[in-house]
Design a protein around this ligand. Structure first.
Ligand code: RB5
Length: 152
């Protein structure tokens, strides 16, 4: 898969560690986030990774800020995107199996590298189960559609 990474200035080191890990699993990595010494507010990489998903440039996205909260909120503002802030691997698996999330987010000030690796592994190996979950995800899409109508 092609995996996109986004991070603010609070999460450069954890982003680098996760990119190395994901590359070691054989995936291609694209970096949309802040680099060493660069200040980047979390909405910027959150939006960039969300848009890359919608363009089909990446298969899945991994977002990291201080808490994982701001960057996931930003990504979720992009219609069609489902991003989940997770602090443990169970939720990271279920956010794909049940919610068909394209993006997982977590916080560099919240979890350590080992838990982050477990979250990434759970997220990347999970598949959407469809079935009863599909109708619920469609209802989320209906909310997007209702609020993104443009007036003529
Ligand atoms: C940046 O200091 C911090 O606010 C940000 O990384 C994040 O935690 C916001 O949700």
């Amino acid at each position: 898969m092609i995996i996109g990474f986004g991070n603010d200035h609070a999460a450069v080191a954890l982003k680098k560690a996760m990119m190395e890990h994901v590359a070691s699993l054989g995936h291609e990595c694209i970096d949309y986030g802040a680099q060493d010494g660069e200040k980047m507010d979390y909405p910027v990489p959150g939006k960039a990774v969300a848009e890359a998903v919608l363009r089909g440039e990446i298969d899945k996205g991994i977002l990291i800020c201080g808490t994982g909260i701001g960057i996931s909120i930003a990504a979720n503002k992009v219609p069609g995107i489902r991003a989940a802030a997770c602090s443990e691997p169970f939720s990271a698996r279920l956010c794909v199996e049940h919610n068909n999330c394209q993006i997982v987010a977590f916080g560099a000030r919240v979890i350590g590298e080992g838990t982050a690796r477990d979250i990434v592994d759970a997220f990347l190996s999970a598949e959407f189960e469809g079935g009863r979950h599909a109708a619920r995800v469609e209802l989320i899409g209906a909310i997007d559609a209702a609020y993104c109508r443009t007036e003529e």
